[in-house]
Design a protein around this ligand. Structure first.
Ligand code: AMP
Ligand code: MN
Ligand code: MN
Length: 326
């Protein structure tokens, strides 16, 4: 656990308060291919700083389109395309454990004061003031504390963003880091008038019918390797094309295979290009998959991690097998 040192909180709050006071340009950046925690934290902090009167731009590497499940997040007026981002005076990175995760914005961190808001075990130590707690269930939990320390009350829009961050990273309050404090925070957020059923239907439970058929194909190809306590499958670009689906429908599909009782580790290889895979890994508790992911160039948490793999799917799985055997 460890938590965040009081001196780091004080420094972060001071930096951001002064930035607002002196009308400095504040740039918020979350990780590439942002999930609900990254975008929710980004837009929550963005709206809170705006409420204080701050000059805020929010962005992430890559095209600015939000996947449909996250398209309902408030605060999107703060989003600025990568190319249109101005020179900032202060930077806050959110939900990114390493500089690679913020792409070209990593270069801006040299010589610009910054705050790193993150909860990954694989945090590399990059950036300025670390508001980093691997014991936090989501970056949104740290974002909520930052917003409270800045003295901004949770309105419904800020609460919506934080709630989406929390449900995304706790699997809707199912994972081990779901502490009493997380539930207490969720209660506070819901009290602003959020409708949890509506939000989770939108975020988790609404996909095109083509996605349902695609899941069938991907799940029916799953391979169990009892000797390695490993279950894995692939989702290829051809699968997406055959069913006319965008890549975001593959987020969460790992949940469909990680329940296999005979395995401890589940892997989903999502093809992003020829011989290039975005790999999701989950553990049922017996394996630290962040160790495997870090060894293969990625990062994450003990029970949920990922990396980008190159080569044929068999080769990528071979590398995972080898790391599991270490
Ligand atoms: P996912 O499987 O995409 O839900 O990601 C699970 C966890 O692994 C998240 O905490 C991610 O931050 C981390 N992760 C996934 N892909 C990568 C990557 N290419 N590099 C670093 N961390 C990753
Ligand atoms: Mn994330
Ligand atoms: Mn996160």
């Amino acid at each position: 656990m460890g938590g965040v040192g009081e001196e780091h909180w004080a420094a972060a709050v001071r930096l951001l308060r002064e930035a607002v006071e002196h009308d400095r340009r504040i740039l918020l950046v979350c990780h590439v291919n942002p999930d609900g925690d990254a975008l929710g934290s980004l837009l929550a902090v963005g709206q809170a700083l705006t409420a204080l009167g701050g000059r805020v731009q929010a962005t992430f590497p890559g095209p600015l389109e939000l996947p449909e499940p996250l398209a309902g997040l408030p605060g999107q007026h703060l989003l600025v395309a990568e190319e249109a981002v101005g020179v900032p005076d202060v930077i806050v990175t959110l939900d990114a454990a390493s500089e690679e995760r913020v792409g070209r914005f990593a270069a801006l961190l040299d010589g610009v004061p910054s705050v790193v808001l993150d909860h990954h075990a694989s945090y590399t130590g990059f950036g300025g003031i670390p508001i980093v707690d691997p014991g936090a269930a989501a970056t949104a939990v740290l974002a909520a504390e930052l917003i409270e320390r800045l003295g901004v009350p949770f309105d419904r829009d800020i609460a919506y963003c934080l709630y989406v961050g929390i449900i995304t990273d706790t699997g809707s309050f199912r994972y081990d880091l779901t502490t009493p404090a997380v539930h207490a925070l969720a209660a506070k957020l819901l009290a602003t008038g959020l409708r949890p059923g509506e939000i989770s239907r939108r975020v988790f439970d609404t996909r095109p019918f083509g996605a349902v058929r695609l899941y069938g194909d991907v799940l029916s190809r799953a391979v169990l390797e009892p000797e390695h306590r490993l279950v894995w499958t692939t989702a290829t670009l051809a699968d997406l094309e055959r069913h006319g689906q965008p890549a975001y429908v593959l987020e969460g599909l790992i949940d469909g295979i990680r329940c296999a009782a005979e395995a401890d580790v589940a892997c989903l290889l999502k093809q992003i290009a020829d011989e290039r895979w975005s790999v999701s890994m989950r553990s049922r508790g017996g394996t630290d998959v962040s160790r495997v992911a870090i060894a293969l160039g990625g990062g994450g948490h003990r029970l949920a991690a990922g990396f980008t793999g190159t080569g044929a799917a068999d080769e990528v799985i071979g590398r995972i097998r080898a790391e599991l055997g270490r």
